[in-house]
Structures are given as structure tokens and as C-alpha cells.
Design a protein. Structure first.
Length: 134
């Protein structure tokens, strides 16, 4: 398993934006590459470039869909609920304003959100496996 915080830092150093970082790591977990998909994720960065819905959250929802398209309807709301409880808002502008004294806040959010997203996927796969034989 990769060290997510370290990988987030590496990709940030390569000038990937938040949503591109989340998707790149999501693809790496699947052991896939898709440069066009990663490139397209730039459209979600910086709250859709107008400080609205956080690109980290929207990219994490895309990762859920990429891994478990049939179950994203259940998993995405769980992700959104967790994110809002964890950070207090879904909007980039709020998150940046409240944490402007911490330049590493977005990196921390990326790491925690990726970890939670992967945990959601792992838990869901275990539940599905368990239900196959019941």
C-alpha cells in the first residue's frame, strides 16, 4: 500500500491540483492509468474555479464511481456527510477562509479524504462479498 500523505505531497510538487491528486491516487489503487481522466479533473480544482464545491470532495466521489459505479448512489452521500462533519463545509471558499493560516490544510484534507474514500470502498466490497454467500 502506498503512503497516501507522501504521494499527495509528491503529486503536489509535480503541480497537480487537488482533484487531479485525488483521482491519480484513486487510479493507482486500481493499478490503472488514464492521463485524459486525470487531465479532465483539473476542471474541478479550486471549487470549480469559483470557490464552490471542494474539488477534493467532488474528485473523491468520482473515485467512488470509478471503483463501484453501481453503488456510488449509496457511497457518495456517506462521503459527503463525513466530509461536512469533518471539515464544516463543502465549499472551497469556506474551507480556505477558515484555514488560511495553515498552508498544509488542503494536503491534510486530501490525505484524510482519500483514506476515508478507500475505507468506504473496502468496507463496501467486504459487505458485498459477505452477501454473495448468504
Amino acid at each position: 500500500m502506498i503512503d497516501i500523505a507522501e504521494r499527495v505531497s509528491e503529486l503536489a510538487d509535480e503541480k497537480y491540483c487537488c482533484s487531479q491528486i485525488v483521482m491519480t491516487i484513486g487510479l493507482e489503487v486500481l493499478q490503472k492509468e488514464n492521463e485524459d481522466l486525470v487531465k479532465s479533473m483539473k476542471g474541478l480544482c479550486k471549487g470549480l474555479y469559483c470557490q464552490n464545491l471542494c474539488g477534493i470532495l467532488s474528485a473523491a466521489a468520482c473515485v467512488l464511481s470509478l471503483h463501484m459505479v453501481d453503488y456510488v448512489i449509496v457511497l457518495a452521500p456517506q462521503l459527503v456527510d463525513w466530509f461536512k462533519k469533518q471539515y464544516g463545509s463543502l465549499n472551497c471558499s469556506d474551507l480556505l477562509e477558515w484555514n488560511k493560516s495553515n498552508p498544509y490544510f488542503c494536503m491534510k484534507m486530501m490525505t484524510e479524504t482519500i483514506e476515508y474514500t478507500l475505507q468506504l470502498l473496502e468496507d463496501s466490497e467486504l459487505l458485498l462479498e459477505g452477501n454473495r454467500y448468504s
